[in-house]
Design a protein around this ligand. Structure first.
Ligand SMILES: [Ca+2]
Length: 192
C-alpha cells in the first residue's frame, strides 16, 4: 500500500500543479523510496497474502467442474491467487460443511478476504457462515459471522486487528443441510 501511494506522488503532483514540472531527479528519488518501501514490506511480511499456496482441507468435496474451467473444483484452487473461474472449490451438501486453511505457523492476521462464486446462488445454503481461528493446538474460536450473501464482486472482507492464528476455518453455522462454494481465500498480516 505504501509503495503504491509513494509511487503515485509524481503523477498526483503533476495533476495538482500542471504548470510546475516535477524534476526528474525528484521522480527518481521517489521511485527509489517506493522500491525501498516495497523491500521493507516484503522483508517484514506486510501486505502479503499469507494463505497463498497453503494447505486447504474441506469437510467434503462436491466433485463438480466449473463450466468455464478445464479443471475440476478442488481445495488448492482456493489459495492459488486466481479468481476468474465461476468458482474454485465446493463442499457437498451436508450438515455444517467447512473449509480450513493452515498457514503453517501462528501468524498475525489483519484482514481476511473470502471471495464467493461468480455464477449464481449467492447466499444459497451457505449462511450464516462463521470464520473461526485456531492456534493449531486448541479448538477453533469464532471471530466473525456473515449473515448476508457475498460474491466475487462483493467479497466478504473481515478486519481482524490484533488477531493471531495458524488455522482459519469457514463453517456454515446452521442446522439445515448446507454447502460452501468459493473462489478464493486471502489472509493478510505478517509473520511473528
Ligand atoms: Ca482461486
Amino acid at each position: 500500500m505504501l509503495e503504491g501511494v509513494i509511487g503515485r506522488v509524481p503523477e498526483l503532483a503533476r495533476r495538482a500543479f500542471p504548470q510546475v514540472p516535477v524534476p526528474s531527479v525528484v521522480a527518481r528519488w521517489l521511485a527509489l523510496l517506493a522500491s525501498l518501501a516495497a523491500l521493507w514490506g516484503s522483508c517484514f511480511g506486510f501486505d502479503r497474502n499469507l494463505a497463498r499456496d497453503k494447505l486447504v482441507t474441506m469437510s467434503s468435496m462436491c466433485g463438480a467442474r466449473p463450466r468455464n474451467s478445464p479443471f475440476p473444483a478442488e481445495p488448492a484452487r482456493l489459495v492459488d491467487g486466481s479468481k476468474w473461474r465461476e468458482y474454485d472449490a465446493c463442499t457437498a451438501t451436508e450438515h455444517q460443511p467447512w473449509i480450513a486453511v493452515d498457514l503453517g505457523t501462528v501468524q498475525r492476521i489483519e484482514e481476511v478476504i473470502v471471495t464467493g462464486r461468480r455464477d449464481c446462488c449467492w447466499g444459497y445454503r451457505d449462511l450464516p457462515l462463521a470464520l473461526e481461528l485456531s492456534d493449531g493446538a486448541g479448538s477453533f474460536q469464532e471471530v466473525a459471522r456473515r449473515e448476508q450473501p457475498f460474491s466475487d464482486r462483493e467479497p466478504w472482507r473481515i478486519r481482524l486487528p490484533g488477531a493471531r492464528g495458524r488455522q482459519l476455518r469457514l463453517r456454515v453455522a446452521s442446522e439445515q443441510a448446507a454447502k460452501i462454494v468459493l473462489t478464493e481465500i486471502e489472509v493478510f498480516g505478517s509473520r511473528d
